[in-house]
Design a protein around this ligand. Structure first.
Ligand SMILES: [Zn+2]
Ligand SMILES: [Zn+2]
Length: 162
């Protein structure tokens, strides 16, 4: 589930400065290679999430989309979000019911999300070892894991310095 080759996105890491244009171009290539349709709406939704520096929920997206052109129905946005998550282009922040862009997009993978409770920024870090540990631990209780979501709340370096 985790992509061991995925580079963590950090503030000092070039991966975190990938422009929305590059993220869109990469998503386009990935979808083409997988035979998936990267529709205009999926592209708009991905761009809005990529441009935001906070997680965006479906209703944030509906408001942003509604401000720039004709109204979009909520189920349409939910489907676009499900698609982007299934393709590994965004990660769902379960505790916020919102989404962040994946800057290490490639194969769909799970990630540990470090959520700053002061500024709300979310940083994605690799979780291969953590995830393996959770799967083993659940296995010891005869539980077969389907997916692991790791969300960690705390304070980012910038907020601790402030
Ligand atoms: Zn990711
Ligand atoms: Zn912060």
């Amino acid at each position: 589930m985790c992509d061991p080759g995925a580079a963590p996105a950090t503030p000092s890491d070039p991966a975190s400065t990938i422009s929305p244009e590059l993220l869109i171009a990469r998503a386009e290539r990935l979808c083409a290679a997988r035979g998936e349709r990267f529709t205009a709406l999926r592209r708009r939704v991905l761009r809005l999430i990529a441009e935001a520096d906070r997680p965006l929920g479906a209703y944030d997206l509906l408001a942003l989309l509604g401000a720039e052109r004709e109204r979009v129905a909520p189920p349409t946005v939910y489907r676009a979000l499900d698609f982007l998550a299934a393709q590994g282009l965004v990660h769902r922040v379960h505790s916020k019911n919102a989404f962040v862009v994946c800057r290490a997009a490639g194969a769909p993978h799970s990630a540990a999300l470090l959520i700053c409770s002061a500024c709300g920024r979310v940083r994605e870090v690799p979780c291969t070892a953590l995830e393996r540990h959770v799967i083993e631990h659940a296995g010891a209780y005869d539980f077969a894991v389907e997916s692991v979501a790791v969300e960690v709340r705390g304070r980012c370096a910038a907020c601790r310095r402030a």
